[in-house]
Each structure stands twice: as structure tokens, then as C-alpha cells.
Design a binder for this molecule. Structure first.
Ligand code: G3H
Ligand code: 13P
Ligand code: ZN
Length: 332
């Protein structure tokens, strides 16, 4: 058993309370390897932002849970070495069942998500409560989800999203005791968040998505004043990375994300955690493709992973400063 406090990590309780009060959101960036972790920590130290390092079930399978835990421990030391002890959370993203959540809690995670959103309401409550009861013994915080996001959610995939029903949130949070709630208001996972038919096109042919359901968010806030709300599927799918990937041989048609101004608006509300994974994948892929296309003789991974890491850092800094507003809040 390894407790997160021994790794220098924090849970989400205090940082969420401060984020809601301060009108900003904490970035939750997914990572699977050293370069992603370094980019996240460099960006968050330089912008003085708290951060949630997110690990999916797929990441655990890819990188090994012990390696990821030690990367998170390394992240704490790395931040210190870079000159700012920013709050760092190690969080399980889309925990699929009690066993995986427990294994994370027993192995240094300071926060877990239990994703029962595909279950019938009462079963979601029962599963979430089981995880909360275990997690709280170790002061680990728990994110739950109500409502369904379109796209792939771990191994569950849904063609359509179902917005969170505001009339359920009080009952759900009271019965489960969860610490934060992921809701569905029109975001979705991956690089194609809307079909072209759901979008309009601007004069340059760029897809413009429909707006998020801010009325549903407002109603949820009214029902649960001051309760931490989480937005998944919040990549913006930056057009420059989509273009770069296609310029250097990739094919990623119909890519469309959540416009930054909508995330900025959400971050000012009770939304205090914003999940971003796909944008990191796009930035990394764009730069790796460019470097390899321009340097066909290159075969040293440091020569393409290094520039990819630099680009990731730049992108995360931009998000912290210009979108989530978390910059400058590490030492609140
Ligand atoms: O919500 C899903 C995250 O983007 C993680 O994706 O399961 O492929 O690691 P993954
Ligand atoms: P994106 O696919 O929009 O980056 O969402 C990531 C996410 O929600 C991880 O849980
Ligand atoms: Zn998600």
C-alpha cells in the first residue's frame, strides 16, 4: 500500500474549492509517458498552475501502473527542481469498476474517477458509493459521472450524448458522497466532437460546432451551489495541428473540437476541472510527422520527441493562461 501523501501529491478538495471561488478551472491533462509528463510539469511550473495528471485504464495498460506512479512521484520532484512546488494530483480517468479504482487508491493515486455513466441510475449510485466509501478512508477524492458523452468513454461507446438531468444531481451527490461530478452538456471525447451535419461552416470552410448547453450547466449550478463540476471531452482540436498532420501525410477528416471561448466561459462557473487529452495527441503527432518528413534520415527518438515535448509545453501554457485561467493560482 502506497499513500499519495508519501509521494508529495495532493487530492482535489482544496484546489477545487479555490478554483470555484477564483473563477478558473484546473487542467486535467492525460499522460502515458515521460515526455508528456515533462511537458505538463514544465508548462504548469512556468505558469504557476495547479495540475491534475490523468491516467486512463489504457494508459495503465500501456505504461504499467508502477511506472506511472513513479513518473508522478518524479513529477513532484521535477516541479521542485524547476522552482515551484505546484499542487499535483494523480487521478484515475474513467475508472471502469471498483477493483481498478481500489488498485489505484492502494498504489498512490490521490483522486479517482468511477465512471458509472453507462449504468442504470441506481447502479451508478451503488458503484459510486462503494468507491467513495473506500476512497475516503484514505482521504482520496472521487469524481463521478451523470449523463452520457457521445464518443468513446474508455471501453463504453455511445453514438449520442444524453445531457445530465439537473433534477437528478442533488439526489445523486447526496446518496453517493462523491467529491465532484462530471456532467454532459455537449462535449465529447476524441477529435471529432460533432458530425459535419451538426456544424455550420465559416467562409474558409472551417467547421463551427453548436454551442454547449450552458442552460443545463446553469441549472445544475443552481441545484448544487458551490459543488465541483467536471467537463470531459474538452479538447479544442486546434486547426493548426490538424493542418500540419494532413500536410505531412496524415488523414484526420472532419476534426472539430470545443471552441476556446466556450471553455473560458465554463471555467468561470462551477466547472473546476477541464479534461484535455486529444489536443496533446494532435500536437505531438503534428510535430513528430513534421520533423520526420523534413529529416528523412533522422532515427534518434530524442530528435522528434524533444520538439514534440516543446510543442506540448507551449500548448499547455496557452491553455493555462488563456483558456482555463489557472495560471498564477498554484500557491493560492
Ligand atoms: O477519455 C478518454 C481519454 O482520452 C483516455 O483515452 O483510454 O485511449 O487512454 P485512452
Ligand atoms: P478530449 O478527447 O476532448 O481530449 O477529452 C479527454 C477526456 O475527457 C479524458 O477523460
Ligand atoms: Zn473523459
Amino acid at each position: 500500500m502506497v499513500n499519495y501523501k508519501d509521494l508529495g501529491l495532493v487530492n482535489t478538495r482544496d484546489i477545487f474549492a479555490k478554483a470555484i471561488k477564483g473563477g478558473y478551472a484546473i487542467p486535467a491533462y492525460n499522460f502515458n509517458n515521460m515526455e508528456q509528463m515533462q511537458a505538463i510539469i514544465q508548462a504548469c511550473v512556468e505558469t504557476k498552475s495547479p495540475v491534475i495528471l490523468q491516467v486512463s485504464k489504457g494508459a495503465r495498460q500501456y505504461a504499467d501502473k508502477f511506472i506511472l506512479r513513479n513518473l508522478a512521484r518524479g513529477a513532484v520532484e521535477y516541479a521542485h527542481e524547476l522552482g515551484c512546488d505546484i499542487p499535483i494530483v494523480l487521478h484515475l480517468d474513467h475508472g471502469p469498476n471498483f477493483e481498478v479504482a481500489k488498485d489505484c487508491i492502494d498504489n498512490g493515486f490521490s483522486s479517482v474517477m468511477i465512471d458509472g455513466s453507462s449504468l442504470p441510475y441506481e447502479e451508478n449510485i451503488a458503484l459510486t458509493k462503494q468507491v467513495v466509501d473506500y476512497a475516503h478512508k484514505f482521504d482520496v477524492t472521487v469524481e463521478a459521472e451523470l449523463g452520457v458523452l457521445a464518443g468513446v468513454e474508455d471501453e463504453v461507446s455511445a453514438a449520442e450524448s444524453h445531457y445530465t438531468k439537473p433534477e437528478e444531481v442533488v439526489d445523486f451527490t447526496r446518496k453517493t458522497g462523491c467529491d465532484s461530478l462530471a456532467i454532459s452538456i455537449g462535449t465529447s471525447h476524441g477529435r471529432c466532437k460533432f458530425t459535419p451535419e451538426q456544424c455550420t461552416r465559416n467562409a474558409d470552410g472551417i467547421l463551427i460546432p453548436p454551442p454547449l448547453a450552458f442552460d443545463v450547466l446553469a441549472e445544475i449550478e443552481k441545484q448544487l451551489p458551490g459543488f465541483p463540476i467536471v467537463l470531459h471531452g474538452s479538447s479544442s482540436v486546434p486547426i493548426q495541428y490538424v493542418k500540419m498532420i494532413e500536410q505531412y501525410g496524415g488523414k484526420i477528416p472532419d476534426s472539430v473540437g470545443i471552441p476556446e471561448e466556450q471553455l473560458r466561459k465554463a471555467a468561470k462557473s462551477a466547472v473546476c476541472k477541464i479534461n484535455i487529452d486529444s489536443d496533446g495527441r494532435l500536437a505531438m503527432t503534428a510535430i513528430v510527422r513534421k520533423v520526420l518528413a523534413e529529416n528523412p534520415g533522422e532515427f534518434d527518438p530524442r530528435k522528434y520527441l524533444g520538439p514534440a515535448r516543446d510543442e506540448l509545453k507551449k500548448m499547455y501554457m496557452h491553455k493555462n493562461i488563456d483558456v482555463l485561467g489557472s495560471a498564477g493560482h498554484a500557491l493560492d
